[in-house]
Design a protein around this ligand. Structure first.
Ligand code: ADP
Length: 396
């Protein structure tokens, strides 16, 4: 069984060829700078790694090159695309239409098209990926896996914004949440690490370039920090996260922005990048902070404190917490962020273990003491595996 997992962005395209039954990754790669000068493909198999510098003006050219790299040349892993059983696509926004993954048909494409205004930066590229694959691999089943689907179990008391109710009824203005595939995978792994506890209360902190936190009760999302768009919530690489909405008007006056420029500023120039003035990459900020850069230190403190506030809020929403989980680039690697976030959480039953936290590992592990009432776990996320697995389940 071979599933081609595709995550098509506006100028990049990530892919994996996975056996969902063995979790075996046959190939993994990325096409960068689609439609821009200097485009290239990085393609990795178990024992080979290649980089092809070639112009690919469109997503179709990029996917074509990926399929060629999978089936020919020194890093080929299959003889023909016929060996691919199905394609699993990451789609960012499923709105209220999709609470689980679906086989793609004309109706699904229409519904994803209808949702374009809710995710103008992401859904068009995701949809393009689906359409190109349908053209290049006719007859193969395509499955759409939505970032929002896992959060469709949120109740009105957490998904509603407190504007007039007609805004929800007429315009579907509400919190949707994102990173659902990751929150689902990590919370599920955490429940296993809790010994398949029947009634479980888990908080997942997905901390990457984009970050969000999710409260998961008995395996279901009941609250999450991203909202109508991914801008709400935690402090991220370049996004501000939560901000007083009236501060936007103030910024517009002071900086002479129109509303589009102001939102772009909060999405692209803020967060770790804006506060530190160093980078959006936490590794560079940690280095600058170690060298005495005050803004870098403030950025680190701001990220950890915002996260701590959300953890405490979600413990309240859940009515307790069995496990707090860290995942994604920062969550899996940045021990200092985990330590600062968990400082003084003893009142929540957390007995943090600095020694365990400081040990590097790529395995899922506990970083609280064995006596800790509330467990703290580091669990590497695996969104591609969930996409491959959902795809397999829908085609079998
Ligand atoms: P994306 O949201 O793009 O998938 P990732 O999950 O790869 O992002 O996370 C990227 C973030 O993880 C960056 O801020 C990066 O600095 C951080 N990161 C990766 N490795 C480390 C590390 N060893 N120590 C600290 N931060 C790290």
């Amino acid at each position: 069984m071979k599933i081609f997992v595709l995550n098509a962005g506006s100028s990049s395209l990530k892919y994996q060829l996975i056996d969902p039954l063995t979790k075996d990754i046959l190939a993994v790669g990325i096409c960068e700078r689609i439609g821009i000068d200097g485009s290239f493909l990085s393609h990795k198999t178990r024992d080979k790694q290649i980089k092809i510098e070639q112009a690919f003006p469109t997503h179709k050219d990029a996917i074509d090159l990926v399929l060629k790299s999978l089936t020919s040349g020194e890093a080929k892993v299959i003889d023909s695309v016929n060996e691919i059983d199905a394609i699993g696509h990451r789609v960012v926004h499923g709105g209220e239409y999709f609470d689980k993954s679906v086989l793609v048909n004309d109706k699904v494409i229409e519904q994803i098209e209808e949702l374009l205004p809710l995710a103008p930066l992401h859904n068009p590229a995701n949809l393009m990926g689906i359409k190109v694959v349908q053209e290049l691999m006719p007859g193969k089943p395509n499955v759409a896996v939505f970032d929002t689907a896992f959060h469709q179990t949120m109740p009105p008391k957490t998904f509603l914004y407190a504007t007039p109710y007609e805004d929800y009824e007429d315009f579907k203005l509400r919190k949707y949440g994102f990173h659902g595939t990751s929150h689902y995978y990590v919370s599920n792994e955490a429940i296993k690490m809790l010994g398949n506890k029947k009634e479980s209360k888990v908080i997942v902190c997905h901390l990457g370039n984009g970050s969000s936190i999710c409260a998961v009760k008995n395996g279901k999302s009941i609250d999450t920090s991203m909202g109508l768009t991914p801008l709400e919530g935690l402090v991220m690489g370049t996004r501000s996260g939560d901000i007083d909405p009236a501060a936007i008007e103030y910024l517009m006056q002071k900086k002479g922005f129109d509303i589009g420029e102001a939102i772009n500023y909060l999405n692209k120039k803020s967060g770790l990048l804006g506060v530190s003035g160093v980078s959006s990459d936490l590794r560079e900020i940690l280095e600058a902070s170690d060298a005495g850069n005050k803004r870098a230190k403030d950025a680190i403190d701001l990220v950890s404190t915002r996260l701590k506030k959300y953890i405490c809020a979600y413990a309240g929403v859940l009515g307790g917490v069995d496990a707090i989980c860290f995942t994604a680039g920062i969550g899996e690697n940045a021990n200092i962020i985990r330590e600062k976030t968990c400082e003084e959480l003893e009142f929540l039953g957390v007995e943090f273990c600095k020694n365990k936290n400081d040990k590097r590992s790529s395995e899922a592990r506990e970083i609280s003491s064995s006596k800790s009432k509330t467990k703290v776990f580091v669990i590497p996320t695996n969104e591609e595996f969930v996409i491959a697995h959902d795809t397999y389940n829908l085609i079998k």
